[in-house]
Design a protein around this ligand. Structure first.
Ligand SMILES: Cc1cc2nc3c(=O)[nH]c(=O)nc-3n(C[C@H](O)[C@H](O)[C@H](O)COP(=O)(O)OP(=O)(O)OC[C@H]3O[C@@H](n4cnc5c(N)ncnc54)[C@H](O)[C@@H]3O)c2cc1C
Length: 326
């Protein structure tokens, strides 16, 4: 029997979607191990109802710790205490930078093994095995834990949301002490750096722009096309362009960005690097516009248009507007 402690990130009165996926996954795995999944939240006066709602996703108990929200070190203190007192065998995190930081800190504190960027976890012989893509996602490594506690940090969107049909969970307060260094950092403000309104994971149609758009202003072409498609469409981007400051990080697709699977993924001026491909290869239909007929993206596009996007995108936008009668 092994219990799993799942970290739930919350912000602005809502639990992060990746964390909810992790709670669902933790509950499924714990039942296969004959144990329970519990969740933990940290914050200043976390509302009881918010914590209890994690029961709907399968948490049998929710621990709430009082402390500074959104910082890794206080969470390392809180989770280390919870794990030591509660005898948890595994700590599970959905994707996200904060999870990476807490997981790494916990691994050091508890002498625990840690697997990051995990895309699948399975229960076998009473223990968990984490699967993690390696070598540019061309192979999968399987990780077993020799340590008393195993730390599993998922890749963004790796864990699917359960059906949320459970009952509210009992909520317990967890008291813990902050290490002296954990109170050295203070949260000044929280929020998405830019582009908080970009929801590329929920969109049915994505118009993704790459360096071929030439400059930040070039994204207007992608935005016009997405607007022509309507409310189910959004604009996404490659890492090259978000690093260049042309578009918000929230829109980045790929290995270090988001994983998407829209009905239509239209790539404009994107070469199709493996690190980008891993974030969008599950798309139902892939259309690529690129002026280089040898661009790697054409190797996995369903439809390829070779040409200058500055000419092709406005024509596509006009054609879609005309078809929609606008
Ligand atoms: C550890 C690591 C992690 C990474 N993670 C990610 C990630 O998460 N996501 C990601 O996207 N990348 C990631 N990258 C970067 C990745 O390797 C590529 O560098 C990046 O995806 C390239 O972006 P791009 O296609 O916009 O630019 P480029 O590779 O420069 O491609 C631009 C394309 O535009 C075409 N083009 C130029 N002008 C026009 C025009 N007028 N009309 C039509 N086509 C035109 C060119 O032919 C070219 O194919 C990562 C890299 C590393 C090392």
């Amino acid at each position: 029997m092994a219990d799993i402690l799942v970290y739930a990130l919350h912000y602005d009165g809502a639990i992060n979607k990746n964390s909810l996926g992790a709670v669902s996954e933790g509950a499924k795995l714990a039942s296969e191990l004959g144990g329970e999944a519990h969740a933990i939240l940290l914050g200043e006066n976390v509302p009881h109802e918010l914590a209890a709602t994690l029961g709907k996703y399968g948490a049998k108990k929710v621990l709430v710790a009082q402390g500074p929200d959104g910082l890794a070190q206080p969470l390392v203190d809180a989770m280390a205490k919870a794990i030591t007192d509660g005898g948890y065998s595994y700590a599970l995190f959905g994707g996200g930078l904060l999870g990476f930081e807490i997981g790494a800190g916990l691994a050091a504190r508890l002498g625990a093994g840690v697997a990051m960027e995990v895309t699948n976890v399975r229960a076998e012989g009473g223990e968990l095995i984490a699967e993690r893509p390696i070598l540019g996602d061309s192979a999968i490594s399987e990780i077993k834990y020799r340590s008393a506690v195993g730390i599993i940090i998922g890749r963004l969107n790796a864990f699917e949301l359960g059906d949320a049909s459970g009952a509210d969970a009992p909520v317990e307060q967890l008291s813990f002490e902050l290490s002296p260094h954990a109170s050295q950092a203070t949260m000044l403000t929280r929020g998405e750096q830019r582009g908080a309104d970009v929801d590329i994971e929920g969109a049915d149609i994505l118009v993704a722009g790459g360096r071929g758009l030439g400059k930040a202003e070039g994204f207007q072409l992608a935005e016009d096309l997405a607007a022509a498609f309507g409310s189910t469409a959004a604009v996404a981007a490659t890492r090259a362009v978000v690093d260049a400051g042309w578009y918000p990080y929230a829109a980045q697709i790929g290995q270090t960005g988001k994983t998407v699977a829209p009905k239509l993924y239209l790539a404009a001026g994107i070469s199709g690097a493996i690190q980008h491909k891993v974030g969008m290869q599950g798309s139902e239909n892939i259309v690529a516009v690129n002026k280089d007929a040898n661009a790697p993206i054409f190797e996995f596009a369903d439809l390829g248009i070779v040409g200058d996007l500055n000419k092709i995108l406005p024509k596509l936008t006009a054609a879609i507007r005309a078809r929609k009668g606008g």
